[in-house]
Design a protein around this ligand. Structure first.
Ligand SMILES: [Zn+2]
Length: 199
């Protein structure tokens, strides 16, 4: 099916800057190839951050293993979004938390990226909160609380594998954002913090 490129150009012209930036960082990879130049042109015309073009290009070409490793190492070397330390590489961890409120039991598994010290603290806090607040929902609260606590301990034995898979997923999903802000450490740390809190 032919697409109306003129209409797309007009739509992009009517978007506010933040929407153009969002498209460039997050959706360039799913755009039709003939639409990508229209988006780039709109960025140039408005004088937006030229690194957005680099972010777009990173999403529209195939990701090599070397590039994936480069992205993962970039994330691991950022300052911890929780405590700001720079000495140990960041690690990915799954926070498992069960909360039962009256009859509803909620089991949340959240991947987060933090320094090892903050990661272990967050894991322990979640285990304590789960032990206190998880088992009230009967019967699923009890089962899910046990499941979360046991899994949290077994995760800890596989932490290198889990961390690698969380960093890999983060790098692939957020390649546009990472490439756009490659030289802006503060922006990247804020972004990791935002993702940790909203996942
Ligand atoms: Zn930390």
């Amino acid at each position: 099916m032919a697409i109306d490129l003129d209409q797309i150009r007009k739509n992009y012209e009517s978007f506010e800057d933040y929407k153009i930036e969002h498209l460039a960082k997050n959706e360039a990879g799913s755009l039709r190839p003939e639409v990508v130049p229209i988006l780039k042109e709109e960025i140039r015309k408005r004088g937006l951050d030229s690194n957005l073009i680099i972010g777009i290009e990173s999403q529209t070409k195939e990701l090599t293993e070397a590039e994936l490793n480069e992205l993962k190492s970039k994330i691991a070397k950022l300052a911890c979004p929780e405590c700001g330390q720079h000495h140990t590489p960041l690690t990915g961890i799954i926070i498992r938390e069960v909360k039962s409120i009256v009859v509803i039991t909620q089991y949340k598994k959240t991947p987060v990226i933090l320094c090892p010290t903050c990661a272990q603290k967050k894991r322990k806090d979640a285990m304590i909160s789960t032990a206190l607040l998880g088992w009230w929902g009967i019967p699923s609260g009890i089962f899910q609380t046990l499941h979360a606590l046991i899994s949290s301990l077994t995760d800890n034995k596989k932490r290198d594998i889990i961390s690698d898979s969380i960093l890999t997923q983060f790098a692939i999903i957020n390649i546009g954002e990472i490439r756009t802000n490659w030289d802006k450490e503060n922006e990247l740390v804020d972004f990791v913090r935002h993702k940790n809190n909203t996942n």
